[in-house]
Design a protein around this ligand. Structure first.
Ligand code: E4P
Length: 221
């Protein structure tokens, strides 16, 4: 499964990129609003940091405006993927942008039927929002499973991008289901690596090695 970070923080992106396991970035207007600086400049710097798909979202709500913004975003850098909301105008815009060869990430997907329509419109990625469904007592992961099952029957050139992942178990569940991509905030990414037994085990190895070194030094005296 490809791992994307769901952030527009250059600090976080630089830190995570150094580990060499981040495949792409998803941003949205809310994430960019948290950062200071020109949003387009931030997107370009993200693209120059991570050589993978970087989602930048349109804010127009009519197809014509979405297409205009999408073309502009895509012109900023070859890595940009145009994020378009899953509404009727978004489907129209996706059809046009996809026909021009631009990659679209259809976002704000909360049902398998929305994902099916997004794939048919030519979206390159569909983003079901797991955590936000969980927030309203609806099992978000089931939507991801349904989408994967549907896509398995057909040849859509469309990847399932499990989004709104809120904790490591969401990531594991998405990977077990075979989601193509999981996007997560830095806190969840960091939690994927941490294990107290790893820390305890490493401390013990290092302490024991210190003992070996002391014994060797003593035997040379
Ligand atoms: C991804 O593309 C979405 O922007 C993101 O995962 C939404 O996550 P949230 O529900 O935690 O805001």
């Amino acid at each position: 499964m490809k791992i994307f970070l769901d952030t527009a923080s250059l600090k976080e992106i630089h830190e995570a990129a150094a580990l060499g396991v981040v495949d792409g970035i998803t941003t949205n207007p809310s994430l960019l609003a948290k950062e200071s600086g020109d949003p387009e400049g931030i997107l370009v710097e993200i693209c120059n940091t991570i050589d993978g798909p970087i989602s930048g979202e349109v804010v127009a709500t009519d197809a014509e405006g979405m297409v205009r913004e999408g073309r502009h975003l895509a012109s900023l850098h070859k890595n940009i993927v145009v994020k378009v909301p899953c509404i009727a105008e978004g489907l129209k815009a996706t059809k046009i942008l996809a026909a021009e060869g631009r990659r679209v990430n259809m976002t704000l997907i909360f049902s398998p039927s929305q994902a099916l329509l997004a794939a048919k419109a030519g979206a390159r990625y569909v983003s079901p929002f797991v955590g936000r469904l969980d927030d309203i007592s609806t099992p978000g992961m089931e939507i991801v499973a349904d989408i994967i099952q549907i896509f398995d029957h057909y040849d859509y050139d469309c990847e399932v991008l499990a989004a709104s992942l809120r904790h490591p178990m969401h990531v594991i569940e998405a990977a077990k289901m075979g989601a193509d991509i999981g996007t997560m905030p830095m806190s969840v990414f960091t939690a994927l690596l941490k294990h107290p037994l790893t820390d305890i085990g490493l401390r013990r190895f290092l302490d024991d090695w210190e003992k070996v070194k002391s014994q060797m030094a003593a035997s040379r005296r």
